[in-house]
Design a protein. Structure first.
Ligand SMILES: Nc1ncnc2c1ncn2[C@@H]1O[C@H](COP(=O)(O)OP(=O)(O)OP(=O)(O)O)[C@@H](O)[C@H]1O
Length: 239
């Protein structure tokens, strides 16, 4: 269960001439309880979607209010929250740290599997499940963008998170790889929150949140909520 209680995110920008910092509201206050298994977050560029996503695993902390994931407060139990909530970035290169796919997945297993040989075997099996068995020992940079995103997802999933948060995981992918990643996300037993500009993907969620100017302005079943978002964007385009 994801709970946001009057969560507010602000940023402080120093004044170069030494005056008081400028405080900007980025998001909120937002109160939400999310129990649905598939949640899509949509909104215009700069509306606050990434800020909302990052709140969910403690990458961003609320400046007021609280964010509680599975009973854990992100401000008080940061490491435990990050173990429970996996985060996938838009650009897989932001999170792939090892030279080869098998090493990257094995690194994610280090906390749960002590034996290095067992880790490698499990990493190879995880890569095989997503069709990357024959890429396991290549340099990571030799993989396509789609393959790297699948690898990033596999590495995060190897940590066995209860919740997966993905910030535009298919934005950089072509249609084929988008479908591969969407299918993988749809098959997961975990609760999955996906920030996306892909409205077809949003329509397949159980619940859709629309973020606009730092607020959740629509929240509900996919069809009416995506329609409300499209209307909002049409109005914005006419301004
Ligand atoms: N640390 C920060 N300091 C100041 N402003 C910030 C900071 N982080 C984000 N912002 C601003 O907050 C707003 C929301 O950013 P956010 O990344 O959450 O938007 P987004 O909806 O994910 O956008 P996009 O779709 O373009 O990725 C943007 O205007 C951004 O410039």
């Amino acid at each position: 269960m994801i709970e946001l209680h009057q969560a507010l995110v602000t940023a402080w920008t120093p004044d170069p001439s030494g005056g008081p910092d400028t405080v900007t509201r980025l998001l909120g206050p937002v109160s939400l309880t999310i129990a649905e298994r598939r949640v899509a977050v949509v909104g215009a560029n700069g509306s606050g979607k990434s800020t909302l996503a990052r709140l969910l695993n403690g990458l961003v902390l609320p400046s007021a209010g609280s964010v509680v994931i599975g009973g854990l407060d992100t401000a008080k139990d940061g490491p435990a929250v990050r173990r429970r909530v996996g985060f996938v970035f838009t650009d897989p290169d932001a999170q792939l740290v090892m030279p080869t796919p098998v090493e990257d997945v094995a690194l994610s297993l280090r906390r749960t599997v002590r034996d290095a040989a067992a880790r490698e075997e499990l990493a190879r099996a995880a890569l095989a499940r997503v069709g990357l068995a024959d890429r396991a020992d290549l340099p990571v940079h030799a993989l396509s963008g789609g393959q790297r995103q699948l690898l990033a997802l596999t590495s995060v999933l190897a940590t066995e998170p209860d919740v997966l948060v993905c910030d535009e995981p298919t934005t950089l992918l072509d249609l084929r790889w988008r479908a591969v990643v969407d299918d993988l996300l749809a098959s997961l037993p975990q609760q999955v929150v996906v920030v996306t500009h892909d409205l077809d993907a949003a329509r397949r969620a159980d619940r859709v949140l629309v973020v606009d100017d730092g607020s959740v302005v629509h929240d509900g079943a996919p069809e009416p909520t995506v329609a409300a978002y499209e209307a909002l964007m049409r109005t914005a385009a006419r301004r």
